[in-house]
Design a protein around this ligand. Structure first.
Ligand code: FE2
Ligand code: FE2
Length: 431
């Protein structure tokens, strides 16, 4: 190679490294400004895919307790979760060997697991997997990129992906630790809520259902992850003050007199007092006021502060709808669950007086299938689905549709099935 050629080659390499350096710097900047594990992983997968010029990217995290790899942020998978033994597939091979795996034709490699392709209708050709290591060098996951845009993954791609994964690993590990902490905090709150609800057998599970209905409404209203989290804490803790309500009043098998009603109403201010003594991190400091405002009415006739309209935190206005819906659809000491048509009519009638119209609209737009899942406490995979696989029959029917059909006494298959299920199944579960 003559001098001119050598000089040109040197310059090309320099320019290439300059490009890579700026990409890595840009990458670090972008991923370090994201917060929350899901957001961080979303940014990382998008950025990595673009930097490596791949078609898809997935970051698998290693669940050491089960020796499984999992991901819920993968291009082409939507909101589905993937989980598989860390000893399988090419990503698994990267974990077990601790080496970079670069394969030009996935289907000709016997370690390749085509299951995800089969599920997503995708066709993997080239694949590059790089183990992600933390500071002490332990493997905490795998970076996987699929189908290089212009041919195969090169040695430079391997090096680049290794650099990107080491840039990201610290941020991911911190986010995972934070997520773990949040998980244990949430499970503590859950147990606390269950303990309060369990004082009265007929309100068992009330707080977690109010939380679940509220989340469904919040999703319709486009809530951010942060606001959803705030809502979760507030909803789970909303009736915490019932801890101070006398057992005889709480479980009275009949209507309450005025004094008893006034006594039970004190649960909101007790909720606030207890929560005000609890430390909430920045961003969650208004949980006491949100949680304790679920009996405020938008016309100012509620309690404990007689707040009006937007003076009531929006999350509390959402919780108010969820709280009443759950109360009316469950058995009480003095009555059975109310017929669904009546429940929905009450919610409509009370709009503008008790309930916020925006929250009510979001509530009535909910899918019946999702609402029934909460009501029956059915699990996502259907194992605990008390109405079996038939649950999906309600998909696509909103509460608004259901209300209309019930009012018109329409008796199509879905309504018939629903009428059989509600409130009979509910009574079985609730008494
Ligand atoms: Fe309450
Ligand atoms: Fe409640």
């Amino acid at each position: 190679m003559n001098d001119a050629k050598r000089y040109k080659e040197k310059n090309r390499k320099l320019a290439e490294w300059k490009r890579k350096l700026s990409l890595i710097l840009e990458y670090s900047g972008k991923i370090s400004t994201s917060s929350g594990l899901s957001d961080i992983l979303k940014v990382i997968t998008n950025e990595t895919r673009d930097v490596i010029l791949a078609d898809r990217c997935t970051v698998f995290l290693l669940d050491k307790s089960k020796n499984e790899l999992y991901s819920w942020i993968a291009h082409g998978l939507g909101r589905k979760k993937i989980r598989f033994p860390a000893s399988t597939g090419l990503a698994g091979a990267a974990v077990t060997t601790g080496k970079i795996i670069n394969v030009k034709d996935a289907y000709s490699d016997r370690r390749f697991n085509p299951e995800i392709d089969q599920k997503t209708g995708y066709y993997t050709k080239s694949i590059l997997c790089v183990p992600m290591r933390n500071q002490p060098g332990q493997i905490i996951g795998v970076f996987q990129v699929l189908n290089k845009k212009d041919g195969f993954f090169t040695k430079q791609d391997e090096e680049m992906l290794r650099l990107l994964s080491s840039q990201a690993s610290g941020i991911i590990e911190n986010a995972m630790l934070y997520e773990e902490m949040k998980k244990s905090f949430k499970s503590f709150i859950n147990t606390l809520a269950e303990t309060v609800d369990a004082r009265d057998p007929l309100t068992a599970g009330h707080s977690s259902r109010v939380c679940a209905y509220s989340l469904l409404i919040a999703d319709r209203m486009g809530y951010s992850d942060k606001d959803r989290e705030r809502l979760q804490y507030a909803a789970l803790l909303h009736d915490l003050g019932k801890i101070g309500v006398k057992e005889a009043v709480l479980t009275k098998p009949g209507r309450l007199d005025l004094d008893e009603s006034a006594h039970i109403q004190t649960h909101t201010s007790v909720t606030r007092k207890i929560l005000e003594r609890t430390y909430f991190q920045h961003g969650f400091r208004n949980i006491p006021i949100i949680a304790s405002s679920h009996h405020e009415n938008v016309d100012g006739t509620g309690y404990p502060q007689k707040l009006k309209g937007e003076e009531i935190p929006e999350i509390s206005r959402i919780m108010a709808v969820a709280d009443v819906f759950d109360a009316l659809t469950y058995k009480r000491h003095y009555r059975n669950p109310m017929p669904m048509e009546k429940v929905l009519s009450i919610l409509r009638e009370e709009t503008g007086r008790k309930f916020d119209p925006g929250c009510i609209d979001a509530f009535f737009s909910l899918d019946l299938c999702d609402v029934l899942r909460v009501m029956t406490e059915a699990e996502e995979n259907g194992e605990k689905d008390s109405i079996g696989s038939g649950m999906s029959e309600f998909r696509g029917i909103s509460l608004k549709d259901l209300h209309e059909r019930l009012k018109k006494k329409e008796k199509d298959e879905a309504v018939k099935k629903f009428s059989k299920f509600y409130p009979v199944a509910g009574l079985k579960k609730r008494s």
